[in-house]
Design a protein around this ligand. Structure first.
Ligand code: ADP
Length: 287
């Protein structure tokens, strides 16, 4: 990685072999760039830590964009907890290969999905890879998926700001930006500050912050009560001068729809915060 003048880290966009890189690594990085060249926009969904609803947001953004006619791909690179197959009702599906490339799984009109969960393990099998194996897996995976032409690729990144999200952001060259998901509590907001700094150091534009699990929406009357407080993500966004997309309350229908494999925006009745998913999809698609 190259240091910028400000001490941050700059993504290297050239295809030339880098110092310390093996021939195989260099070839894979070039292959990733070629695969992703047919995709108009690439948006990475990030969170400061796990369990804040990152995958739920990524799945709903992808489905909302596809419903709006955007040719969308959803890529799940969360190698320890790939939850996209469950959220989209694709558990147990196995990716098929054609020649040297992997084919994404169609999930309704305008949507293709690829998850590490389609390649390895079953639901009860933890994925145990260490250090270099993890990175070569991520690199290989990104290099092998043949998306064809897409308007938008939504990438569900591993949580946090450690080595795994770092390698994803570095390998996906010229991503258009990140959508950062947080919950309102102080601790989560502190984590997300680190995620914002992480994006800045990698020159990854922040398209906006979503405050998820912001209050509880009563399934009977729809009234939102502030169980964990709310507004932490919004004030952090103002403080760090990044766009705030909106708040999504805890709504049992959001978790039930995820469990049932149909993201909330694909259900008939609007859930609390549905407009935030739709707005985030528009932002991701560059509309
Ligand atoms: P992450 O990807 O950050 O680990 P997930 O998207 O897997 O988080 O969400 C964790 C759990 O919380 C899931 O069971 C999901 O259905 C639930 N969940 C996420 N957002 C909401 C919400 N706004 N209301 C209710 N349940 C939610």
């Amino acid at each position: 990685m190259a240091e910028t003048k400000s001490g941050g880290v700059r993504r290297q966009d050239d295809l030339a072999k880098r110092p310390g890189e093996s021939d195989e690594q260099s070839a894979q990085r070039t292959a990733i760039a070629r695969r992703l060249a047919h995709i108009r926009r690439k948006v990475i969904v990030l969170s400061g830590k796990g369990g804040v609803g990152k995958s739920t947001v990524a799945a709903n953004i992808a489905v909302a964009a596809a419903q709006a006619g955007v040719r969308t791909g959803l890529l799940d690179v969360d190698i320890h907890g790939p939850s996209i197959p469950r959220l989209l009702g694709l558990e147990g599906v196995r990716a098929s290969a054609e020649g040297d490339h992997l084919l994404p799984v169609p999930a309704g009109e305008n949507l293709k999905v690829m998850s590490i969960g389609f390649l390895v393990g079953g639901r009860d099998q933890p994925i145990i890879w260490r250090g270099p194996m993890k990175f070569s897996m991520i690199r290989q995976f990104l290099a092998d998926v043949d998306w064809g032409e897409l308007d938008l690729l939504v990438i569900d990144c591993p949580p946090g700001t450690g080595d795994e999200p770092l390698s994803v952001v570095q390998l996906i060259r010229d991503a258009d930006g990140a959508i950062v998901v947080t919950t309102p509590q102080k601790l989560a907001v502190d984590d997300v500050r680190r995620a914002v700094t992480f994006c800045r150091e990698l020159s990854l534009p922040i398209l906006g912050v979503i405050e998820n699990m912001s209050g509880f929406a009563c399934p009977k009357c729809g009234e939102v009560s502030e169980v964990f407080g709310s507004g932490g993500g919004e004030s952090m966004a103002a403080d760090m001068q990044i766009p705030f997309i909106g708040r999504i309350p805890i709504d049992p229908r959001i978790s039930a729809s995820g469990d049932a494999g149909r993201p909330a925006v694909a259900e008939a009745g609007a859930v609390a915060g549905a407009e935030v998913f739709l707005r985030a999809a528009e932002i991701a698609a560059g509309r």
